[in-house]
Design a protein around this ligand. Structure first.
Ligand code: NIG
Ligand code: FE
Length: 416
């Protein structure tokens, strides 16, 4: 594999000499950078970096590709730790229903929402689902995402959940960027179990989890813990069953109301608890003594006009915070992490430094990838992006809804 040297970098962002697994509290305001830098990539990995003033003589220029990044910023790619990019069709009809006054919950009660997506997905064959999802996968990489978690949850029966997880496996086996798979059978109660939620939970526990574990199709198990979806005690039972099969919990919690999913997830050793619009002080105290990453999905809160999770309060309490996209057809039809960073700065009043830490190293932690991606560290995957000519990294969230990324490099190779 050829070697790549990026020279004259205006600012090399998020440079960490040693692997840190996450950044917490006040430390989130610190973003280590090198101005006027170079970065060397070898065999798909970050090999070395430094200041141009101390650039070492290179003896072996054979096979060395050189990119000049004068006036450009280089950053590690985003780690998007929460997506649902394997879905069929879209739901722009419900978007109009919401514009006309219906709430997300009202649409769901009429059989729309997640059940609408499940109906579409069940009718879509695996190859077609793969092709539709692959477009989104390539799209997010072009927007700077260099590691991603993808959930099932639009099948809601054994065959369709397996279909989604097999598509996720096919995407993962392309070996482009690291992909983590999450089984989210408990995303909603399917129509055929409308009057028998317990029957569906039994199906998840007794049939789906063992089948998925047998095929090694998932790393994580997730539950949508919410009124009219799954209660805290049901969430706990599903997590316990998943853990017996080696699946680590993640959770959708406190999104539309306070449903206690965060507490259960922390008790069950979840790697992350996501959404958190209705999180309270007790939950914040519980996070404090846990390894669970509080994860905010600003696109979903924006798209559904939800109250904002208390990001500043959590950081001031000493917690780490991660940001991810939640790319899905119902609550966030975008996986653009540049825009998520803008929302995080503008709406949550976080600084660009805090937001970059939240979208790289902390979101990598939320999928157990902080040893592989999320910072410029020797030995990590060379998944990085080079911006257009801009003045500072703060210009990325500032210049909202614009794409400032010029080149994406994945495992040392130019992707776009
Ligand atoms: O993360 N909250 C639950 N699940 C998704 C939305 C699913 C959908 O509406 O299709 C979310 O927001
Ligand atoms: Fe989600």
């Amino acid at each position: 594999m050829s070697k790549l040297l990026i020279k004259n970098i205006k600012t090399l962002v998020q440079v960490r000499e040693t692997v840190v697994e996450k950044v917490c509290g006040k430390d989130m305001a610190q973003l280590p950078c090198i101005d006027n830098a170079w970065l060397a990539i070898d065999n798909g990995l970050i090999a070395d970096y430094g200041k141009m003033d101390d650039f070492p003589g290179i003896t072996d220029w054979k096979d060395l590709e050189v990119i000049d990044a004068t006036d450009k910023i280089v950053m590690p790619c985003y780690a998007d730790s929460h997506t649902h990019i394997v879905y069929a069709g879209n739901r722009e009809g419900e978007f109009v229903d919401r514009i006309n006054g219906l709430s997300y919950e009202e649409i769901a009660k009429r059989g729309g929402g997640i059940l609408n997506s499940a109906q579409l997905l069940r009718k879509t064959d695996e190859e077609e689902l793969f092709q539709q999802s692959l477009l989104r996968f390539n799209e997010i990489i072009k927007l700077g995402t260099g590691a991603v978690e993808i959930k099932s949850g639009y099948g809601l029966c054994l065959d369709a959940e397996l279909k989604i997880l097999r598509v996720i496996k096919r995407i993962k086996d392309l070996n482009i960027i690291p992909v983590k798979a999450t089984f989210l059978g408990a995303h909603a109660v399917p129509v055929e179990f409308k009057d028998n939620k317990q029957g569906y939970i039994d199906l998840i526990i007794n049939e789906m989890i063992p089948a998925i574990a047998k095929e090694k199709l998932a790393d994580y198990i997730d539950v949508f813990c919410e009124n009219n979806y799954f209660s805290a005690s049901e969430t706990k039972k599903i997590f316990e069953a998943g853990k017996k099969h080696g699946l680590i919990p993640k959770v959708h919690s406190e999104q539309l109301s306070h449903s206690n999913g965060t507490r259960i997830a922390i008790e069950c050793g979840a790697i992350s608890a996501d959404h958190l619009e209705f999180v309270n002080d007790e939950d914040i105290a519980l996070f404090k003594n846990s390894k669970t990453m509080p994860t905010i999905l600003p696109g979903a809160a924006f798209f559904l006009s939800l109250p904002l999770p208390p990001a500043r309060k959590m950081i001031d309490a000493g917690l780490p915070v991660a940001f991810a996209s939640d790319y899905n057809p119902g609550s966030c039809p975008s996986g653009n992490m540049n825009f998520m960073m803008s929302l995080a700065c503008i709406q949550y009043k976080l600084t660009p430094e805090e937001v970059i830490n939240a979208s790289t190293i902390n979101s990598a932690y939320a999928m157990n990838l902080s040893a592989e991606v999320g910072s410029i560290t020797v030995g990590k995957l060379a998944n990085i992006f080079i911006t257009k000519k801009i003045n500072s990294y703060g210009f990325i969230p500032y210049s909202y809804a614009n794409n400032l990324i010029e080149t994406v490099i994945i495992k040392g190779k130019v992707f776009i």
